[in-house]
Design a protein around this ligand. Structure first.
Ligand SMILES: [Zn+2]
Length: 507
């Protein structure tokens, strides 16, 4: 119904962009927020008048997650906020969804934003059955609001804080305030701005302990990292494999590929306790049911399209660092492209024939082969005996030379997996050895931390080197930059050894 290039004369009597004061959009500002500030300047008394002016519709502009009629909006404001694609990508919640949409679906969705068909939008985003189409409440950080009082008097809604997976401010490491549920009847009625909200318009704070706040900060960090992966598409089937590989690495899968689902579910429930109280996160409760709620859906054979929040929660649960996840994902993609989909499954299940092949045809030792494949040695040996494969077992007792080598590697802080691989020992053996010697264990932990810090420092310096003259604020947004880790664990080094980075331009 609208033509994006329509001249402003098509909106007679309502408004002309040349006469109305159009505020500049702030960097990272939600579209709804800009409209709310425009509403104040326009002097309109009714919210619907402003929505009508900007969107040609009395309420669609008041939807803060996904407003419709953006073609109309673009024409009515003379492209003041950029193209439709730019607005959708930078000022609505679309960017998080886009990571999980293939190219053609992405384009189809962008065209849906031209109109105002909510059910078509939900269908295109694949959310019709997820029960999560409802609006995520508006959120704001109390400390950020305080800072805004000096500049933008009304405050503004930051895009960063509106994602459904965001309940913490990364700048201030605190919980976000959530706008109180106004009830369905009050939706789409007003242009709210954070500074102007009355006390009773904010929801009461959900009781959160320190570990819950830390978990929310972790999830927020993940959200931020993922959003910097522009132009990437995470395929649900590939993701499922990546999740399962990591579940296996975390010990939640038997060596022949059966998921220890009850244990995994319990671990998830444990680390997310209490978070089901957050608006939009109620579905977490279902993890306790037999089918495992969203975990069951994401890990089953045909995962289908799910709400991005669910993926973010699972990723952040399985992995500590986004960098590790990207590496696994790229690796799995490579396997898919070079060896085909069956190879992905084989990596999870078909370990028996691979073990026999390694020992029988490639002449590797049973211990080393089991280690490489992540098979418990006793089970591997049992299988090889049953299949009449000749096995040379290495002696269990360490020679003095091997012992000296083991201690040296431990004191250097070498990772246990790496030691096991190099010395052809079982991982559990190295672990047990450490457990019996507290002094050695301390030394190893210290050295390992130093090594890890060295890796993060080197990586971060490389990012700085690759991005000369880029302000530190933008450097921090580069996915997997290592800054957050250093900031948490190695702040002195950042401050002392890199005074130069603080002198980069602020914006
Ligand atoms: Zn803040």
């Amino acid at each position: 119904m609208t033509k994006s290039a329509a001249p402003s004369t098509e909106y007679p009597g309502l408004f002309s962009p040349h006469q109305e004061p159009l505020p500049g959009a702030l960097d990272g500002e939600l579209l709804y927020s800009w409209c709310a500030r425009f509403h104040r300047l326009s002097g309109n008394s009714k919210a619907s008048t402003t929505s009508q002016m900007l969107f040609g519709h009395a309420t669609t502009g008041l939807r803060h997650d996904f407003p419709g009629q953006l073609g109309y909006f673009g024409a009515a404001t003379g492209g003041h906020l950029g193209t439709l694609q730019e607005i959708v990508q930078a000022r609505t919640q679309f960017a998080l969804h886009a990571l999980f949409l293939d190219e053609s679906t992405r384009r189809a969705t962008e065209s849906v934003f031209q109109g105002n068909d909510r059910s078509q939008l939900s269908r295109t985003l694949g959310l019709s059955r997820s029960g999560q189409v409802s609006l995520t409440p508006l959120k704001a950080c109390p400390a950020c609001i305080g800072e805004d009082r000096g500049t933008v008097l009304t405050g503004w809604w930051r895009m960063d804080h509106q994602w459904p997976s965001m309940y913490a401010c990364l700048k201030h490491r605190c919980l976000l305030n959530v706008m109180a549920n106004q009830g369905r009847a009050h939706w789409l009625q007003e242009w709210y701005l954070p500074v102007e909200l009355r006390e009773d318009q904010w929801a009461e704070h959900t009781e959160m302990g320190q570990s819950q706040v830390e978990r929310l900060i972790h999830i927020a960090r993940w959200t931020e990292a993922l959003l910097h992966q522009r132009d990437i598409y995470f395929d649900a089937t590939l993701l499922r494999h990546v999740y399962l590989y990591q579940a296996k690495a975390r010990g939640w899968m038997t060596w022949d590929g059966a998921l220890r689902f009850a244990t995994l579910r319990a671990a998830f429930a444990d680390s997310h306790r209490g978070l089901e109280a957050l608006p939009g996160w109620e579905f977490i409760k279902e993890v306790g049911s037999v089918n495992g709620g969203f975990l069951g859906l994401l890990l089953r054979k045909h995962p289908g399209r799910r709400h991005p929040l669910k993926h973010v929660l699972l990723m952040a649960f399985l992995y500590e660092e986004p960098l590790d996840f990207y590496a696994q994902y790229e690796n799995s993609k490579l396997i898919l492209e070079t060896e085909g989909p069956a190879a992905l499954d084989r990596r999870l299940t078909d370990m028996q024939s691979r073990l026999i092949e390694m020992v029988e045809s490639e002449g590797k030792s049973a211990n080393a082969s089991c280690l490489e494949l992540g098979i418990p040695t006793t089970q591997g040996l049992r299988l090889l005996t049953r299949k009449n494969v000749a096995v040379h077992r290495r002696p269990r007792i360490l020679t003095d030379a091997l012992k000296a080598e083991l201690e040296a590697l431990l004191r250097a802080g070498t990772e246990r997996d790496e030691i096991a691989r190099r010395l052809k020992l079982r991982k559990a053996y190295v672990k047990d050895y450490l457990a019996t010697q507290p002094e050695l264990r301390n030394a190893w932990e210290q050295a390992a931390k130093v090594q890890l810090a060295a890796r993060y420092r080197a990586h971060f310096l490389r990012v700085l080197e690759d991005n000369p003259d880029v302000p530190i604020k933008r450097i921090r947004r580069i996915g997997g930059n290592g800054f957050e880790w250093l900031y948490r664990n190695d702040r002195e080094w950042l401050a002392e050894n890199l005074p130069g980075i603080w002198r980069r331009p602020e914006t």
